[in-house]
Design a protein around this ligand. Structure first.
Ligand code: AGP
Length: 607
């Protein structure tokens, strides 16, 4: 969850580090620090809170060097404080490291190191790594890191700097992401390419169990066992502009507005003249024809998109689908089934629970494909095939454009499976595709008309509880609407299947409880209206999200938000936009830190 960075080159090292840390603040932001080696030896600056606090310190006491390392923290071991902030140094004060991940055996390592005379000052697991490196150190930092690595258990990526070799950085990856950026006579290493997008166009993604060195002489990569690796470089497809707000007040709002483009791009990546193609997913048509069950695994918003996928696939391709949150799936006794296909959905491709789920599936020998937004992410290296959402970089901690892109992919996959199994002919699929092509235009319409949604946000921003209800395809949207609201506004919100409301949540309903009902037209419309009446009968305030051509909706609801009319399938992708906007404007009126909600990190790389 933390963001780590290293730089070797001729620019002002601390400025590159601070720039990179700001770009990666979405990964964690309770404290930060940088280190570089200048004439006076190793210098470290740390600060609690936002990176701006560290920048302020840097402007008072600048530190520079040829190489430097930096870190933004999302606390796991030890409270957010300057002492616990990275970089951590050894007893001699010559070696510093930054770390992302969790060193699981830090307790035993720490006791051994204390017995050997090492002095610890923080509560972090990271500090053991730097003392372990010191313990191995014999004048060569590369050898010391190589010697320390096999003793560390858990997930980690580290970058290490020594004042004895001030132009060199040694780094390693085990289960936490790390990527090297190749600039002109300069080198970067970071948790995410976003950290150096402005400076480098080529990247090398490290594999688990690899260690690297960057220095003015270049890049070298080795396996932990010592064997040199012939690395592959990839072009970076994202550009620096994607990491700017471009006039929007928050990244989240910018990303909500990017949805028409993200849907067009994602569609362009999977559509052919007369159907869909998932060439990167390497979907074997013979296998698809035999698939008897699909299992979807994901977390958070990606889970909600996966749940929508379950409805799409079951209704369109007639294949039974089960779905789990990854953190439950990995410890559940899942019963093997022949001819089953697993699909993991993950925006970042780095979520620890989802990665563990992939490993579990692989150990059982089942086929697995991933739906992800990040090229080269950890999950893409573990699965049999990948379907990329082409939503562009998502900076806001609250996922928005990736949810609609994932939902679109799941819908397209359902149509593809239906055709492959002979349930729908090419001709029958054509009208679905034609409607999908209209989605960006319909999204634009919603985004042009936010006045009403802002008004609703102002009416209800001070409520303490919200309920979100939907049936069938709209049930995952109810979950997503509630998740968005609680994430960024800190209002308690629950998403429920509308028919389940009478089994418990109905007890919460009173005149202070807004109930958002996604009531777009479907075969269950009448049942949804009955649920609305049950809410109204208990003085609940119904906020309806309905289709434009629904002339009855107004009579059932206190407040109404309309979206362009579409089929139930396409409506399920459209109707989340007003929910995202409602959460956004409520959080904005409440003055919340929308792009960096408290306690949250964009990619959750710990279990
Ligand atoms: C979304 O708004 C959340 N921040 C969170 O639930 C997220 O969707 C979840 O952590 C999964 O992340 P992933 O898609 O990168 O795997």
């Amino acid at each position: 969850m933390c963001g780590i960075i290293g730089y070797v080159g001729k620019r002002k090292v601390s400025q590159v580090l601070l720039h990179g840390l700001k770009k990666m603040e979405y990964r964690g932001y309770d404290s930060s620090g940088i280190a570089a080696v200048s004439a006076g030896g190793l210098k470290i600056l740390k600060s609690v809170g936002k990176i701006e606090n560290l920048e302020r310190k840097y402007s008072e006491t600048p530190i520079e060097g040829i190489a430097g390392i930096g870190h933004s923290r999302w606390a796991t071991h030890g409270v957010p404080s300057e002492i616990n902030a990275h970089p951590h140094k050894d007893c001699s004060g010559k070696i510093a490291i930054v770390h992302n991940g969790i060193i699981e055996n830090y307790g035993e390592l720490k006791s051994d190191l204390i017995k050997k005379g090492h002095k610890f000052i923080s509560d972090t697991d990271t500090e053991v790594a730097v003392h372990l490196i010191e313990d191995c150190y014999d004048g060569n930092i590369e050898e010391a890191v190589k010697c320390a690595l096999p003793k560390l258990k858990g997930a980690f990526s580290i970058v290490c700097l020594s004042s004895d070799e001030p132009e060199k950085l040694v780094f390693a990856r085990m289960k936490s992401p790390l990527v090297v950026g190749l600039g002109k006579d300069e080198f970067f290493v970071a948790s995410d390419v976003i950290a150096f997008l402005s400076f480098a166009r080529e990247a090398v993604y490290l594999e688990n169990g690899e260690l690297g060195i960057i220095s003015p002489e270049g890049l070298k990569i080795y396996k932990f066992s010592g064997e040199e690796v012939k690395y592959k470089t990839s072009m970076i497809l994202w550009n620096a502009d994607m990491a700017e707000k471009n006039g929007f007040k928050h990244f989240m709002l910018k990303e909500i507005y990017e949805q028409p483009a993200s849907i067009s791009n994602t569609l362009a990546g999977i559509i052919t003249n007369d159907g869909f193609s998932f060439s990167d997913a390497h979907i074997d048509l013979d296998l698809i024809k035999k698939v008897r069950r699909i299992s979807i695994v994901a977390c958070g918003t990606a889970y909600n998109a996966g749940l929508l996928g379950k409805y799409f696939i079951e209704q369109i391709a007639k294949i039974p689908v089960d779905i789990d949150v990854a953190s439950e799936f990995i410890y559940r006794e899942s019963l093997p089934c022949d001819d089953s296909l697993f699909i993991v959905v993950s925006q970042s491709g780095e979520t620890a629970d989802t990665i563990e789920a992939v490993k579990k599936v692989k150990s059982k020998g089942s086929g697995i494909i991933a739906v992800t937004n990040v090229v080269g992410s950890s999950i893409t290296r573990e699965v049999d095939g990948v379907i990329y959402t082409r939503a562009g970089f998502e900076m806001g901690v609250a996922a928005t454009k990736t949810f609609t892109a994932q939902s679109l992919v799941m819908y397209a996959l359902a149509l593809y499976l239906a055709e492959a199994k002979g349930i729908l002919s090419k001709n029958a699929i054509a009208p679905y595709i034609a409607e999908l092509k209209l989605l960006p235009e319909k999204m634009e319409e919603i985004l042009k008309n936010v006045k009403n949604i802002r008004r609703v946000a102002r009416m209800f921003h001070s409520c303490r509880d919200f309920l979100f209800l939907g049936r069938n395809l709209n049930y995952p949207l109810a979950l997503e609407g509630a998740l968005k609201l609680k994430e960024i506004s800190y209002i308690h919100a629950e998403g429920y299947a509308a028919g389940e409301m009478k089994h418990g949540p109905i007890a919460l309903i009173d005149c202070d409880c807004p109930v958002v009902v996604i009531m777009t037209k479907s075969f269950l419309y009448d049942k949804v209206i009955s649920n609305i009446k049950e809410v109204s009968a208990r003085q609940g305030i119904v906020i309806g999200v309905a289709s434009e051509d629904d002339m009855e909706a107004e009579s059932y609801t206190r407040v109404l938000i309309k979206i362009p009319s579409a089929s139930p399938y396409a409506s399920a992708i459209l109707a989340v936009l007003p929910l995202q906007l409602l959460s956004y404007y409520i959080a904005d009126v409440r003055g919340c830190n929308i792009d960096k909600p408290r306690n949250l990190a964009k990619s959750v790389t710990v279990e």
